[in-house]
Design a protein around this ligand. Structure first.
Ligand code: SF4
Length: 178
């Protein structure tokens, strides 16, 4: 299948990229992450992905739109900011996958043991139905440790928090009140 993979960051892309290619799929990455705060962090993650793409010669589509206002408005109005965050990014991926005639779309968020895995799966499937394109599901969490090893080997930047300003705040609060 030709799969458009939403990429949250380079380290999380390493294992799914390898796994999908080994399974015979044709993978293109899709970077769209307006949730990341602050802007310098966003640029650092983008540059890290560019480094990986350069080393691995992988096709990538950058939707380099730092739409932080849209993210913040939706996150603050939502009962569950992560649900909104998943929808925002996966919807954009599905739209691009559908208009560019990919067979399916997926997300590297499925590798993270820190994400709401079942919610991600449900969200991907719902959006896939809406846009008439298959959501490729695989539990990439089995490759989480391997993804960190590949990333260390390539000296990719590894962030200390999920991405948004709220997760950044929680990171420091946890350090203050362990
Ligand atoms: S914690 Fe992560 S998934 Fe949840 S809203 Fe923030 S950036 Fe998005």
């Amino acid at each position: 299948m030709r799969i458009l993979a939403h990429v949250c960051c380079a380290p999380c892309f390493t294992y799914p990229h390898k796994q999908l290619e080994e399974a015979g799929h044709d993978v293109t990455g899709f970077f769209y992450n307006p949730n990341i705060h602050p802007y310098l962090e966003y640029m650092t993650r983008l540059k890290s992905l560019e480094k990986y793409v350069g080393v691995k010669s992988v096709d990538i589509i950058y939707k380099d739109v730092y739409d932080i206002e849209k993210y913040l408005k939706g996150a603050l109005e939502s009962q569950d900011r992560c649900a909104f965050c998943y929808e925002l990014r996966l919807e954009e991926t599905a739209k691009t996958a559908s208009s560019s005639r990919f067979d399916a779309f997926t997300t590297t968020l499925l590798i993270s043991p820190y994400q709401k895995h079942e919610l991600l799966k449900k969200t991907g499937e719902k959006i896939g139905d809406e846009y008439g394109i298959e959501f490729y599901y695989e539990d990439f969490r089995k490759g989480y440790r391997e993804s960190r090893e590949i990333s260390k080997g390539l000296e990719l930047y590894m962030q200390k928090y999920c991405g948004c300003i709220f997760s950044e705040k929680e990171r420091y609060l946890r350090q203050k009140n362990p």
